[in-house]
Design a protein around this ligand. Structure first.
Ligand code: SF4
Length: 378
């Protein structure tokens, strides 16, 4: 559980993002979180570089509660152990980056033999132990999140800048947490290259399995960029792993307003059939045979019917490929003659030659008739 939100097991795959405001700017951060919640975000991470930032999470929580918002707050910790300890008081979950926390990266080549490497792991274990005990007492879960771009010099010197290095960086921490019976863990492997991120997650799962670990996994392609490029990379990385049955929570990292990440998250979950939250549309690309303005109509239908969770609606310009393509659809909206639409229910023609101007209302009427309509939540 992260606050009141369950992750892993039979829980739905959770959607999260991260604020990009200064966490000390309570007003701006609260406004941004509200916008993300409105878009459907279920967990939110905040930059928490110092104990003061950790305390700000308390004020942010209080302000959100005034509007009845209880979204779990996650403290993102990189360097300062003091910030991590303070965050245990204020956050619902702490994210640690093992490449930065108690270790470091100053782009130095370090030479380790087996004995000196093991000694470093012992040092990390000793330093980590008080935090593990404090997290246990606080009852707060921890995310161990490796980033391809911030592996420690120690890990780099042994494993290089590789998926194996990312996995080992997390596994070192996981072994220590497990040794001290701390199991409230989520793991993440992020890289800006989706291929590296995919490989790292696959490797992580195979090594965790060998070592008897079964922790929930957070998926994301970090620094994916913006616009179409960022969405394509995120869809490839997150979608591939979701189809393999991996992933319990996701974030699409875009160089955009964080609330804009949320629709893409739900789009990926819907397309991979891992979490259905809205209607499923099948629409043809249109061609010279198209009998009405399909782009405009598809937008209108999506807007008016998008909330019908799990209902499959096909929008076809004509009947040439229409029937085959909409075989799995519950309802079909198909061009029959110029500006005339035929409506189908489960492949059966039920309304012929409906004037295009009336066809969307007629489709809604048909959906109501079949008992599959629900009113949209305003
Ligand atoms: S369904 Fe008809 S209009 Fe749509 S792409 Fe195919 S042939 Fe063209």
């Amino acid at each position: 559980m992260v606050g009141g939100v369950g992750i892993g097991g039979d829980n739905p795959i959770r959607v999260q993002t991260m604020t990009n405001t200064d966490t000390l700017d309570i007003e701006a951060t609260v406004a941004q979180i509200k916008a993300c919640v409105k878009a459907g975000c279920e967990l939110i991470r905040l930059t928490t570089p110092t104990p003061r930032h950790a305390q700000a999470l308390g004020a942010i929580r209080e302000a959100l509660a005034k509007d009845g918002i209880t979204i779990p707050l996650i403290a993102d910790i990189h360097f300062l152990p003091a910030a991590a300890f303070e965050a245990l008081k204020w956050a619902d979950k702490i994210r640690l980056n093992p490449g930065n926390f108690l270790d470091g990266k100053i782009f130095r080549e370090l030479a380790f033999n087996d004995a000196s490497y093991a000694k470093e792991i012992e040092r990390i274990e000793e330093s980590l132990l008080p935090f593990i005990e404090a997290a246990k007492t606080a009852g707060k879960p921890i995310r161990i999140g490796s980033n391809h771009g911030s592996l420690s010099d120690r890990v780099l010197s042994r494993f290089g800048d590789t998926p194996q290095g990312m996995v080992e960086s997390a596994m070192e921490y996981l072994r220590i947490f497990k040794k001290y019976d701390f199991e409230e863990i989520i793991v993440a492997m992020k890289a800006s290259d989706p291929l590296i991120m995919i490989e790292a997650n696959r490797l992580l799962v195979s090594i965790m399995e060998k070592e008897g670990m079964d922790y929930p996994i957070h998926l994301g392609v970090t620094e994916a960029g913006n616009g179409e490029e960022g969405r394509a990379k995120s869809t490839l990385g997150i979608g591939t792993l979701l189809l393999e049955g991996l992933g319990d929570t996701i974030r699409v990292s875009l160089t955009e307003d964080p609330a804009k990440e949320i629709p893409t998250c739900y789009g990926i979950l819907q397309a991979t059939h891992r979490r259905i939250t809205r209607a499923e549309f099948i629409s043809c690309p249109s061609c010279g045979r198209t009998l009405y303005d399909i782009e405009e109509v598809a937008n209108i239908i999506k807007e008016r019917l998008g909330h019908l969770k799990g209902v499959r609606i096909a929008i076809m310009g004509c009947i040439v490929n229409g029937l085959g393509e909409m075989a799995d659809a519950d309802f079909g909206y198909v061009g029959g003659a110029p500006d005339k639409v035929n409506l189908y229910y489960k492949k059966e023609l039920v309304r012929r030659d409906v004037p295009q101007a009336e066809a969307v209302d007629a489709l809604i009427g048909l959906i109501k008739e079949k008992g599959m309509w629900v009113e949209p939540i305003v």
